[in-house]
Design a protein. Structure first.
Length: 246
């Protein structure tokens, strides 16, 4: 089921997390993609060339288990004309296509799928796309440290697999995937506690590690408000530790 036109293609995958807004911003900047792949019902909001909806569609058509997404999913399933990859066909939705699981597993030698986005990433590896731009694939949110969706580790596993196959990956800057939204001076754990932390930067297309002091500081914005706390990186009395614990 190899699709010749996808080899080396520039593909955007857009899911339902908050950083999908970065896809809108990219399109407003006139950024173009060879194809846009949607996760679940995002195709009811933006144009998508392919959709990955690995839950059986009867979950959306016959139950309310999808919550607030249910109505949009039903509208999308009724009007969409492009392929929707899923685990089982349903005659009520003629655009459904069985996900080529055996071919993907055989081609990659890997079988680790615990969420829908992972299937789309594996499909990209299988199809040998050239560039992946990931939007709305968030899983954890800095504004709510007590909530996280399952699946981030699986997606990051497939991102690493894609990179090992020479696929270039860019993640929406608001997304927590691959720690993209972590401040530059906190990305390197341990080093972030130094007075002059080591930071990463890109120079002439290459990733370099250097001291923060060697990089010109950006202008303060938005009143220089403090960033939300990231547990495990910050030591804050009364929040992450207490004198009573010592």
């Amino acid at each position: 089921m190899k699709i010749d036109s996808l080899r080396g293609a520039k593909v955007a995958i857009v899911a339902l997390g908050g950083s999908y807004a970065d896809y809108i911003a990219a399109r407003l900047r006139s950024e173009e993609f060879d194809e846009v792949w949607g996760i679940n019902s995002i195709g009811g909001v933006i144009h998508v060339d392919r959709t990955f909806m690995l839950d059986p569609v009867d979950r959306f058509l016959d139950t309310e288990f999808a919550g607030l997404q249910t109505k949009l999913a039903r509208e999308f399933l009724a009007t969409n004309t492009n392929p929707i990859y899923t685990c089982v066909l349903d005659e009520r939705v003629p655009t459904l296509v069985e996900y080529p699981l055996e071919e993907v597993v055989r081609d990659t030698g890997l079988c680790y799928f615990n969420n829908t986005v992972a299937y789309s990433l594996a499909f990209a590896v299988y199809q040998q796309v050239g560039r992946l731009h990931l939007y709305g694939i968030d899983y954890s949110y800095r504004q709510n440290i007590n909530f996280a969706e399952a699946g981030r580790a699986c997606c990051e596993f497939w991102c690493a697999t894609a990179i090992s196959r020479g696929i270039h990956i860019e993640v929406a800057h608001r997304s927590g995937l691959l720690d993209t939204n972590v401040p530059e001076n906190e990305k390197l754990y341990g080093y972030h506690r130094l007075d002059d932390p080591l930071v990463q930067k890109v120079e002439n297309g290459s990733l370099l590690i250097t001291r923060q002091s060697s990089i010109e500081s950006p202008e303060a914005t938005d009143g220089d408000r403090p960033e939300p706390v990231l547990f495990g990186r910050h030591d804050i009395e009364g929040v992450t530790w207490s004198k009573d614990d010592v």
